[in-house]
Design a protein around this ligand. Sequence first.
Ligand SMILES: Cc1cc2nc3c(=O)[nH]c(=O)nc-3n(C[C@H](O)[C@H](O)[C@H](O)COP(=O)(O)OP(=O)(O)OC[C@H]3O[C@@H](n4cnc5c(N)ncnc54)[C@H](O)[C@@H]3O)c2cc1C
Length: 454
Amino acid sequence: MLGVDIKSFRSAFQGQVFEPADIGYNEARQIWNASISKQPKLIARCSGVADVIAAVNFGRDNNLLTAIRGGGHNVGGRALCDDGLVIDLSRMRSVFVDAATKRVRVQGGVTLGDLDRETHVFGLAVPCGIVPKTGIGGLTLGGGVGWLIRKYGMSIDNLLSAQVVTADGKVLTASPSENDDLFWALRGGGGNFGVVTSFEFQAHPVATVLGGLLLYPRAAAFDVIRHFRDFITSAPDELTAYVALIHGPDGSPVVAVIPCYCGNVADGERVLQPLRRFGSPIMDGIQEIPFPLMQSLFGPSFPDGNQNYWKSTLQRDLPDEAISAIVEHANRLESPLSAVAIEYYGGAAGRVPNEATAFPHRHLPWDILFIAQWINPAQTNLHRDWARSGEEMLRPYSQNAHLLSALDVEGDDVIKTAFGPNLVRLSAIKNKYDPTNFFRVNQNIKPGAQADAA
Ligand SMILES: Cc1cc2nc3c(=O)[nH]c(=O)nc-3n(C[C@H](O)[C@H](O)[C@H](O)COP(=O)(O)OP(=O)(O)OC[C@H]3O[C@@H](n4cnc5c(N)ncnc54)[C@H](O)[C@@H]3O)c2cc1C
């Protein structure tokens, strides 16, 4: 029965369709994180909005579990599903820049690398994440944090409108003037409300930035992070900066301070002086660089094909005791590919009220990420335990809040913490636009029923 349906679906579909026996199926079901191996019944690689509508209608009419694949970077593998349909947007990657209005429209499968490449032609940039292969779809729907966050806000703060194919196969525009409830929900509510076939963003004049890496030996980590905390919490919005506990190219453990200053370069040189003069760095690679280069500094650290498991937690403050605990835990890293990232947001993103968009954690500027990355699948438990115990260790300092985009495979209780008090409203909007919970391969919001918000 299903076979007959697939045949007629194939004939009406313009993009590519993969079933398990088809050449290309195995490649099409792979994503960046090799820890994920799922076997969809059907992968529909869409060529445009008409294909997306056909795929949604087919999935719904045949009662198929349906996933949406953007860039495939969700660490828990939510781009795929077993025995169901994957609506694959990876060929919908066009970017259109209107230099006069600085408005940028991107298709739903665009990666950050695609976006930066096109906007840079016009000396513009859209605030997004820091690794080129990440999809703009999942990133934006989760909020979107990156190097321009303190000056220009999160990706959702720069979203002007979105085109969405909903569960009934209709095409809607979500914007402040059309379906404004949906527009609110898309800005932090994840892939719960439909397939976003295109996003429209406000871009900003950012061509080059003052950025790069400042490296210190791991032994200096506590002092470096404490100084970083005191510095960044009163830094101007033009500066966003993270710290990472990583291994250097020669395999030695180091602590990296990574600033990105997006204002006037001479001002940036002055602003960054206290950071660069602190202690005895073993390397100072900070210089004026094209913004796409800043955006690709960490691309090589996340190659396709490694095993990955992530845990993270949002905090209001970063007390000395938390810093000690983080450094000690980083010193117990079980894999040289693993890392701890300490990210500080705030700035423009922090001044938006928590209820203005679905993203509820503006008041928690510190995000601590335990990124376990390894090669041998037989060592999975070891590396997962390291990431999990890092997050558990920080619970006395954290607010039991998590960034939606960084959630690995988690239970409903943890997922609820990503939506916080906004869950009640999200749940009602889910009920309006997806009452049967057709879109549920995601950090799921149940239609209507969730009155017990975290
Ligand atoms: C190496 C790496 C670096 C990262 N860095 C950052 C960062 O700097 N900042 C940040 O904010 N996040 C970052 N993230 C997290 C990232 O934003 C999320 O993993 C996000 O889900 C990735 O989006 P994607 O489209 O690649 O995901 P996918 O795995 O393709 O999809 C993830 C989820 O989003 C939904 N989705 C995707 N596209 C659409 C669409 N067009 N319409 C509807 N639903 C859709 C899917 O249903 C799915 O539930 C990073 C992740 C990785 C792996």
